[in-house]
Design a protein around this ligand. Structure first.
Ligand SMILES: Nc1ncnc2c1ncn2[C@@H]1O[C@H](COP(=O)(O)OP(=O)(O)OP(=O)(O)O)[C@@H](O)[C@H]1O
Ligand SMILES: [Mg+2]
Length: 277
């Protein structure tokens, strides 16, 4: 069976810099696929390109057997693509349930018609989606709380639940574990694995190596916009190219290497290279 998401030579160019450079990547249905790489490697750009938030310069992306290059973000969401953003913004004056409701309603561009014809039925469907998303992420008990009363870890889980409220086939998560402590990160890991049994395929970007190496079935490593490695967590962990570019190298060595080998790639700093917790 074809992959749920497949890109071929996907390239995104910003002012002469290839933020994604001929990326070939497959996400199989029912798998948890990770994308790691140093700051500025092009990870968020990849999610932007897949979800229609940036322009693809060349190459193709197919989702669920359909080319998506020419579709806008709303059309892609409608096909079943959903994402989180690197800096999580919740609506602070809305209860958790209503934060999700906004996202559930947004997916359906024809919802206004639905609402006119079958007002109560439409609302019930949204309510059910929201309750489902809360329970899948294991935070049903937070439904009536305001974001301000939540811990950082709980807020992150609300962000994941919000991305699920539209019942996507694939959810792309951009650093959901940023700022979480170990216990919170382990809870997140369990919840992400459990999504797979709800027919949601997961694509995960994170700098928390413990999380990524533990939960992913398959990992891609990006450096300067290019895929430099791909494999199981065990393969990626022991890959000398990955260790050199990301996992094991001190910031100073990385900077020295970048100054020579990659001087054409602009101003990426090495200071946060190898940000491994
Ligand atoms: N909208 C944009 N316009 C111009 N350049 C951009 C834009 N978005 C990203 N870039 C550049 O593209 C490159 C990749 O950035 P991107 O945000 O995808 O990296 P990242 O891997 O997500 O990094 P981080 O780990 O810090 O989140 C960087 O050089 C960045 O400055
Ligand atoms: Mg990013």
């Amino acid at each position: 069976m074809s992959a749920l998401l497949e890109t071929s030579a996907l390239t995104v160019t910003y002012g002469g810099l290839n933020a994604n450079d001929a990326v070939d990547l497959r996400v199989e249905r029912g798998k948890l696929v990770g994308l790691i790489g140093p700051n500025g490697a092009g990870k968020t750009t990849f999610i932007d390109a897949i979800t229609g938030f940036t322009h693809v310069s060349s190459g193709t992306a197919e989702f669920d057997g359909q080319p998506i290059n020419d579709l806008n973000a709303a059309a892609r969401a409608h096909l079943g693509l959903s994402r989180t953003f690197q800096s999580l913004e919740l609506f602070e004056d809305l209860r958790v349930r209503d934060n999700l409701l906004v996202a559930a309603e947004r997916r359906q561009w024809y919802s206004f018609l639905n609402d006119m014809l079958r007002p109560r039925a439409g609302q019930r469907a949204y309510d059910e989606q929201v309750e489902w998303a809360l329970s899948v992420v294991g935070i049903s008990e937070l439904a009536d709380r305001l974001p301000v009363d939540l811990s950082h870890g709980q807020r992150k889980l609300v962000g994941v639940a919000r991305a699920l409220a539209a019942q996507p086939k694939l959810v792309l998560l951009d650093e959901p574990a940023a700022g979480l402590d170990t216990a919170e990160s382990q809870l997140l890991a369990r919840q992400l694995r459990s999504l797979l049994s709800h027919d949601i395929t997961v694509f995960l970007i994170d700098h928390d190596m413990g999380l990524v190496l533990n939960v992913c079935d398959d990992i891609y490593v990006l450096d300067f916009g290019r895929v430099i490695a791909h494999g199981t967590p065990a393969e990626v962990r022991s890959d000398p190219v990955v260790i050199g570019a990301y996992l094991g190298e001190s910031a100073g060595e990385a900077q020295a290497r970048e100054g020579t080998a990659h001087s054409s790639h602009g101003d990426r700093t090495g200071s946060t290279n190898g940000r491994v917790r």
